[in-house]
Design a protein around this ligand. Structure first.
Ligand code: PHE
Length: 338
C-alpha cells in the first residue's frame, strides 16, 4: 500500500509537468480527485483493508500525498490563469512601431502637380489669382461685350457686395498677370472656378481649371500647337494624337478647340468617345489684340497664346473616374486609392 501511495505521487508529478493549459489541468484534477475514478479517493477506500497496526502510518502518508497534490495543483492552475491574462504571445520588442495613417493626394492635386511640373520645366511661373473677381477681370478686359450671354445670371454667381462675382474661368489671371508684369511672360494658373450649373455626372457648379498663357515677340499659332502637344503627351501618353478645330472665344483670335485621341480606345473608337476616336479637352487661341491693349501691351510689338484646361475632366480621364461627384465627396474609400 505504501508503495502504491509513492507511485501515485510520482505519477502525479509526471502528469502535472505535462499539463500546461487550464483544460489539461482540469483533466489532472479529475484523474486524482474525481469522485468515481479518482486515484486519491480510491486509495482512501483501500484504507479499510490495511491491518490495524499499519493504519496510522499509511493514513498519514495518504493525507500528506493528498495535501501535496491539492496544493501543487492549485498553484499551477493559478499560475497558468495569470499567464493567460497577460497574453500568451510574448512581447516582441523588436517589432517596428505602427505608423500613424498617412494622407493621400487628391486626384485633382495629382494632375495639377504634374501639369505644374511640365510647365515649370518650360520656364513658366505659377500665379493662382483670386476666385472673387470684378466684372472687369472676368469679362470686360477679356473682350466680353456688355450683353455677352456668359455674363447672364444663369452662368455667373454674383455676390451681394461691391458688384463682385465668383470667377467663371481662370482667364482672369491673364489680365491680372499682364497688368502686373511686363512681357515677355509665361504663366500657368490653376484654381477653382464657379458656374451656375446643375450637378450631373460631368458638371459641377465648382470645378477646376488650368490657364496657360505666353506673351513674347513673334509668337504664332505654331508655338501654341507645339506647347499643347508637349503637355498632352506628357500628361496622357506619347502615342496620343492631337487636333485643333476652329472655335470662338471673345478674348482669343483665332480660337481653337483642342481634341486628343480618346485615352480609352487610343483613337480606335469606343462608347466613351461616341466612336469618333477623339475627346475634347481644352479651349485655346491667340490672345486678342484688344485684350493686350486693355492691359497696356502694344499688339504690334507683342503677341501671345492662351489655353484653358479642365482639371476635373483631366483627372476623370486619367484615373477613369466616371462621375465628377466622386471628386468632391471626399470618401476615404476612394481617396485612399490614390
Ligand atoms: N476660359 C475659357 C473657358 O473657360 C477657356 C479658354 C482659355 C479659351 C484660354 C481660350 C483661351 O471656356
Amino acid at each position: 500500500m505504501l508503495d502504491d501511495i509513492a507511485k501515485t505521487g510520482t505519477d502525479f508529478d509526471r502528469d502535472l509537468a505535462a499539463a500546461n493549459d487550464p483544460a489539461a489541468l482540469d483533466q489532472v484534477r479529475v484523474r486524482y480527485f474525481g469522485r468515481k475514478a479518482g486515484a486519491i479517493p480510491a486509495l482512501f477506500e483501500r484504507l479499510k483493508e490495511v491491518p490495524k497496526e499499519e493504519k496510522r502510518s499509511v493514513g498519514d502518508a495518504l493525507n500528506k500525498l493528498r495535501d501535496r497534490i491539492k496544493s501543487t495543483l492549485d498553484e499551477k492552475t493559478a499560475q497558468v490563469a495569470s499567464q493567460k491574462q497577460v497574453g500568451q504571445r510574448p512581447l516582441d520588442v523588436t517589432l517596428p512601431a505602427r505608423l500613424p495613417p498617412l494622407g493621400h493626394l487628391h486626384p485633382i492635386t495629382i494632375v495639377r502637380r504634374e501639369l505644374e511640373e511640365i510647365f515649370l520645366e518650360m520656364g513658366y511661373s505659377l500665379d493662382p489669382g483670386p476666385e472673387v473677381e470684378t466684372d472687369w477681370y472676368n469679362f470686360e478686359a477679356l473682350n466680353f461685350t456688355p450683353d455677352h450671354p456668359a455674363r447672364d445670371m444663369q452662368d455667373t454667381f454674383f455676390l451681394d457686395v461691391d458688384q463682385l462675382l465668383l470667377r467663371t474661368h481662370t482667364s482672369n489671371v491673364q489680365i491680372r498677370s499682364m497688368e502686373r508684369w511686363k512681357p515677355p511672360l509665361r504663366v500657368l494658373s490653376c484654381g477653382r472656378v464657379y458656374r451656375r450649373d446643375e450637378i450631373t455626372m460631368r458638371k459641377s457648379p465648382v470645378f477646376h481649371q488650368a490657364e496657360g498663357f505666353l506673351v513674347d515677340r513673334g509668337i504664332h499659332i505654331g508655338h501654341l500647337r507645339a506647347t499643347l502637344e508637349q503637355f498632352i503627351k506628357r500628361l496622357f501618353g506619347a502615342d496620343l494624337a492631337m487636333r485643333m478645330r476652329p472655335s470662338y472665344f471673345p478674348f482669343t483670335e483665332p480660337s481653337a478647340e483642342v481634341d486628343m485621341s480618346c485615352v480609352f480606345c487610343r483613337g480606335k473608337g469606343c462608347n466613351t468617345c461616341s466612336f469618333t476616336g477623339w475627346m475634347e479637352i481644352l479651349g485655346s487661341g491667340m490672345i486678342h489684340p484688344q485684350v493686350l491693349r486693355n492691359v497696356g501691351i502694344d499688339p504690334d510689338e507683342w503677341s501671345g497664346f492662351a489655353f484653358g484646361f479642365g482639371l476635373d475632366r483631366a483627372a476623370m480621364i486619367k484615373f477613369d473616374i466616371p462621375n465628377i461627384r466622386t471628386l468632391f465627396e471626399n470618401d476615404l474609400r476612394v481617396l485612399q486609392q490614390f
